[in-house]
Design a protein around this ligand. Structure first.
Ligand SMILES: NC(=O)c1ccc[n+]([C@@H]2O[C@H](COP(=O)([O-])OP(=O)(O)OC[C@H]3O[C@@H](n4cnc5c(N)ncnc54)[C@H](O)[C@@H]3O)[C@@H](O)[C@H]2O)c1
Length: 355
């Protein structure tokens, strides 16, 4: 049988690049479609010479049609990521993420391609799941006044007790809390509608906080682990917002890449039209303060500083159960927090963006 031909949109990015490497290792033929956004790439990314690279935007139907020629399956990573700078970013999020996905899906239909893995995110859940003495709870949006007063954890509106965080499953309500999150959920809805309308098969992978070599470093959209890393590289202490006790699941980029390959395989197994979401996390919970401390220790840098600053769009705790992907796709993470963070402390980051 011929090797599958895979298109990775956003394949020059942090996660897309790891997926490209993993697919090449399997002997797949890989094409990348990436606009090389100047606000996330400080220099031309180095792409394996075996990859067919098309520089172009997923919102451009002509370019996407060319990128899909002789392709069997698509892994859609291209997106404007992160929390954004301010609300004026909203049209750009919607264009890149929603319009881009719609253009891609329409072009896939025209090209007769019916297998898609979509990069989604835990942000679609909003604040994670909680429990109180009255049972499961879903806290409402956080209030600026509470955060200013240092009240970070959600409380039961009736009893006033502090709610305890629990693991979020794929069946939990979806409740995006910022523009980026709204567009990630819109991508899922578009892909789900496409699967129903065309008989296509989609796995939407809701990644947790991804870290690892090649992370973007000084962009406003960079993840917290790379912001800490960049501070340490400048000889500065990592600045930890709130009280540092925000719970997250930090998952290594190599594990995200293997999850994508498992999901791509799965789209071939299922003959029927399907849309299925899978949480992808390491399965171990850490706090943002833990990440800052581990990086400071591993790099011999200054101790983190807890600043009490906050961003209104951030959620307090979000940690997911990744049981579904383990049992249904047979995927398991291989990089522990200790090993991954120790390596990440000195791993190369993506070239800094000039400002
Ligand atoms: N990094 C994380 O922790 C994380 C967590 C959850 C979900 N995700 C999702 O994973 C995917 C990859 O994210 P990443 O962290 O690798 O980000 P990244 O910025 O490193 O990579 C995204 C790539 O997509 C390209 N791109 C952006 N808009 C494009 C467009 N309109 N047309 C063509 N190319 C475009 C960029 O140039 C970049 O190379 C995104 O869909 C993101 O929403 C990331």
């Amino acid at each position: 049988m011929n090797a599958p031909r895979l298109l990775v949109t956003g394949g020059a990015g942090f996660i897309g690049g790891a997926i490209v490497s993993a697919a090449l290792e399997r002997g797949w033929r890989v094409r990348v479609l990436d606009s090389l956004r100047s606000d996330v790439h400080g220099a031309l990314p180095v792409v394996d010479p075996r990859v067919d690279v098309i520089v172009g935007d997923v919102t451009d139907p002509g370019v996407v049609a060319v990128a899909l020629r002789e392709v069997d399956l698509v892994c859609h990573q291209a997106a404007k990521v992160g929390l954004g700078v301010d609300f004026f970013d909203a049209p750009d999020y919607v264009r890149s993420n929603e319009v881009g996905t719609a253009v891609l899906l329409a072009a896939m239909t025209a090209a007769g391609i019916d297998r898609l893995v979509l990069a989604s995110s835990m942000v679609v859940y909003g604040e994670g799941s909680f429990r109180g003495s009255r049972g499961p709870a879903r806290p409402g949006p956080r209030r600026g006044a509470d955060l200013t007063a240092g009240v970070y954890d959600p409380v039961d509106e009736v009893t006033g007790e502090r709610l305890q965080p629990a693991l979020t499953t794929e069946e939990d309500p979806l409740d995006p809390r910022n523009v980026y999150a709204a567009t990630k959920l819109a991508q899922e809805y578009l892909a789900s509608a496409w699967a129903r309308a065309t008989g296509g098969r989609v796995a939407a992978l809701r990644y947790h906080n991804v870290y690892g070599p090649g992370m973007p470093q000084n962009t406003p959209y960079a993840g917290v682990a790379s912001l800490f890393r960049s501070a340490l590289e400048r000889g500065e202490a990592p600045r930890v917002f709130e009280d540092g006790a925000q719970r997250r699941d930090f998952v290594h980029v190599a594990d995200i890449a293997s999850a994508n390959l498992a999901a791509l395989d799965w789209t071939a197994d299922s003959a029927a039209s399907t849309f299925r979401a899978f949480n992808v996390g390491s399965g171990t919970v850490h706090t943002i303060g833990d990440m800052a401390e581990a990086l400071s220790r591993a790099s011999g840098g200054p101790d983190p500083v807890i600043t009490g600053e906050f961003r209104l769009g951030d959620v307090r705790h979000i940690t997911a159960s990744s049981e579904r992907i383990r049992t249904e796709l047979g995927w398991a993470p291989t990089v522990t927090f200790e090993r991954g963070v120790a390596e990440f402390a000195t791993a190369p980051l993506r070239a800094a963006v000039r400002r």
